[in-house]
Design a binder for this molecule. Structure first.
Ligand code: MN3
Length: 198
C-alpha cells in the first residue's frame, strides 16, 4: 500500500493575500510530494511497507535506525493536518464555547495569540507549532523538524508550519507577520472545534 499525496481542501490561490498561490503550489506539489515519495522509497522492502501512515510514524519514532523514515512520514502527516488547519473562508472568530476554553487556559484570546506568536517566532530552525488537548485544556507546543504530537501520544488540534519554505517567498524575514496572518485570518477554528469534539 503506497502513501498518496492528499489533495488540498481548497485551491492554491484561495489563501491569498495571506499565503500566495505560488507558495501553496511549491509547498504542496514539491515539498509535500517529496515527503510522500521519500516515505514510499524508505518503506520499500521493510516491515513498514503495508502500514497506515500513523502507524509508520509511531513505530519509526521509537527507533533511531529509522530516523529518516520517521521524519518523512511525519512530514506527510503534518502537512495533511496543516492544510486542514487553514481556512480560506474567513471564519475569523472562535465559537463562544471554544472562546471559553481559550480564556480558561490563557486568560483571553489576545493573550493566547501573543503566546502562540511568541512560541512560533522564537522557534529556532525548522519545525511546527501545535495546539494539543491535554487534560481537557488547549495547550501550545512546538516541535523540531518533522516531530509531531502523535509520536508522543498527544492529541493534536491544530498544526502550523514554521519551516522557512512555508513563508519565505511571501514574508522573507518577517516570520511574525506570517504568524499574525495565520492567527487573525487563516486559522480554521471549526477544524479545531471538531478535533476537540465541542
Ligand atoms: Mn512545510
Amino acid at each position: 500500500m503506497k502513501i498518496n499525496l492528499q489533495d488540498l481542501p481548497y485551491k492554491y490561490n484561495d489563501l491569498e493575500p495571506y499565503i500566495s498561490a505560488k507558495t501553496m503550489e511549491f509547498h504542496h506539489s514539491k515539498h509535500h510530494q517529496a515527503y510522500v515519495d521519500k516515505t514510499n522509497k524508505l518503506s520499500e522492502g521493510t516491515e513498514f511497507l503495508d502500514l497506515p501512515l500513523e502507524e509508520i510514524i509511531i513505530k519509526s519514532s521509537k527507533d533511531v535506525q529509522n530516523q529518516a523514515l520517521f521524519n518523512n512520514a511525519a512530514q506527510v502527516w503534518n502537512h495533511d493536518f496543516f492544510w486542514q488547519s487553514l481556512s480560506p473562508k474567513g471564519d475569523k472568530k472562535p465559537s463562544e464555547k471554544l472562546l471559553k476554553m481559550i480564556q480558561s487556559s490563557y486568560g483571553s484570546l489576545e493573550k493566547f495569540k501573543e503566546e502562540f506568536k511568541q512560541v512560533g517566532s522564537s522557534h529556532f530552525g525548522s519545525g511546527w507549532v501545535w495546539l494539543i488537548l491535554e487534560n481537557g485544556n488547549i495547550k501550545i507546543e512546538n516541535t523540531s523538524n518533522g516531530d509531531n504530537p502523535i509520536a508522543h501520544n498527544q492529541k493534536p488540534l491544530i498544526g502550523f508550519d514554521v519551516w522557512e519554505h512555508a513563508y519565505y517567498l511571501d514574508y522573507q524575514n518577517k516570520k511574525p507577520d506570517y504568524i499574525d496572518n495565520f492567527l487573525n485570518n487563516l486559522i480554521n477554528w471549526k477544524f479545531l472545534e471538531e478535533n476537540i469534539n465541542l
